[in-house]
Design a protein around this ligand. Sequence first.
Ligand SMILES: [Zn+2]
Length: 255
Amino acid sequence: MVFNNFFNIAFFVFGACVGSFLNVVALRLPQKKSFTSGRSHCPHCHKTLNWYELIPVLSFIIQGGKCRTCKKQFSWQYPAVEIATGIIFFLCWRNLSDSAVVLTLSLVLAALLIIIFLIDLRKFLILDAVTLPAGAVALLFSIAMGRSWLEILTGGLVGAGFFLIQFVLSRGKWIGGGDIRLGAVMGLALGWQGLLIALFIAYICGSIIGIFLLATKKMTRKDQLPFGTFLSAATAVMMIYGASITQWFTQQLFL
Ligand SMILES: [Zn+2]
């Protein structure tokens, strides 16, 4: 019990620290800046932040979300990403810890999906620098999960093909090359069954949020939704809860 509680907290804290790093990666990667060199600094006054200003979540709360030097507000998105990453790491630990290899790969894949989520949300970009390594990790994750080669490869092909068809039909207007590669990542990570359910979840959530944003006039018909954001979130959900969600779906279809 005590042992279990320790790990629950440890995985959340570890996730929050990784989330803090993912914030930096998602910010600097589209600008082609290095994210391993150069200390974090205030986006307003550019003062380099001290170690105690960089503690995930806690620094934000203690400083009231403000820079200690210039008193300007930091975005709420930073602690939100740290908390979300903490929760996702905790859920991976709770659901995928039967094998240390599966758990490790799920954490790496989750981190890459969070980067895809953030960059598409802010910049409408799905970068090869993230999807290509994600594809390799997705393949290893599926192998470690014991999926058959047929299931994995069919998943990758159906995922890429689904977006490739839309790419060709729209002559590249609805869909970019990044979506095709993200589709392949989803299929490789989840197998073809999991892929179909993840696409279903992403489209349902995308439609609901799209209609909500149109209705509240936060978005016009000309705006696009960052679809990679929905796809990566649905992939993470299926990576963690795939077994029970797939079971639920097959019961609905066959009973
Ligand atoms: Zn400042």
